[in-house]
Structures are given as structure tokens and as C-alpha cells.
Design a protein. Structure first.
Length: 118
């Protein structure tokens, strides 16, 4: 199994920046991709950004050019650098890991709240 623990959420003003971190533990050798989802109040959970083991990335359209996903494989950690934050970015952000042990599996962090408000 893979366990994920996030950190870095909080309150930030519009136009500000914030960086989220997520450390993986357990069967980290089985991880295929890591990234971030978010869920705003009253909305479905959506993909924000994901990076595969070979460095390919995928971003949700509204965050392209503002958010950057990166990984430190030596630390089994994924980051989300969020710049030019907008009130509509307010959500609970969940770290996500895709891994394979006899079958494809998903791991989720506990979630961290990001609030963008003046």
C-alpha cells in the first residue's frame, strides 16, 4: 500500500502564491504517477495536475500557466506550486498517487484546505 500525507494549505490573498507538498510512504516503488485533485464546496472532485514517472504532466485548463507540479523522487514527494491564485481556486486539495500492486490502485491524502480571499 501507499500512504500520502499533505502539507502547505492555508489562507492566501488573491494574486498570491502557495506551495503544497505531499510525501509518499509504503510501497513507493510501485508508484506510477502522482499529482493533485481539488474539490470546491458543492462541486465534484477534479484533476488539477499530475506527473507520471517519466515526467509527463497534465493540467486542468484553468490552472495552466499558473500552477506547476513537480516531483522529488529521492524524497518520494510531489509538490504543487500555485501562483496568481484566484478566489475560484479555493478548495480542499487532495494529493493523489497511482500505483500498481497486482492491479492498478489509487492512494489519496487526507486533503488540505486552500482559501483564496482578501
Amino acid at each position: 500500500q501507499v500512504q500520502l500525507v499533505e502539507s502547505g494549505g492555508g489562507l492566501v490573498q488573491p494574486g498570491g502564491s502557495l506551495r503544497l507538498s505531499c510525501a509518499a510512504s509504503g510501497s513507493v516503488f510501485s508508484i506510477k504517477a502522482m499529482g493533485w485533485f481539488r474539490q470546491a464546496p458543492g462541486k465534484e472532485r477534479e484533476l488539477v495536475a499530475v506527473m507520471t514517472n517519466d515526467g509527463n504532466t497534465n493540467y486542468e485548463d484553468s490552472v495552466k500557466g499558473r500552477f506547476i507540479v513537480s516531483r522529488d523522487n529521492a524524497k518520494n514527494t510531489v509538490y504543487l506550486q500555485m501562483n496568481s491564485l484566484k478566489p475560484e481556486d479555493t478548495a480542499v486539495y487532495y494529493c493523489y498517487g497511482s500505483y500498481y500492486i497486482r492491479r492498478p490502485l489509487d492512494a489519496w491524502g487526507q486533503g488540505t484546505l486552500v482559501t483564496v480571499s482578501s
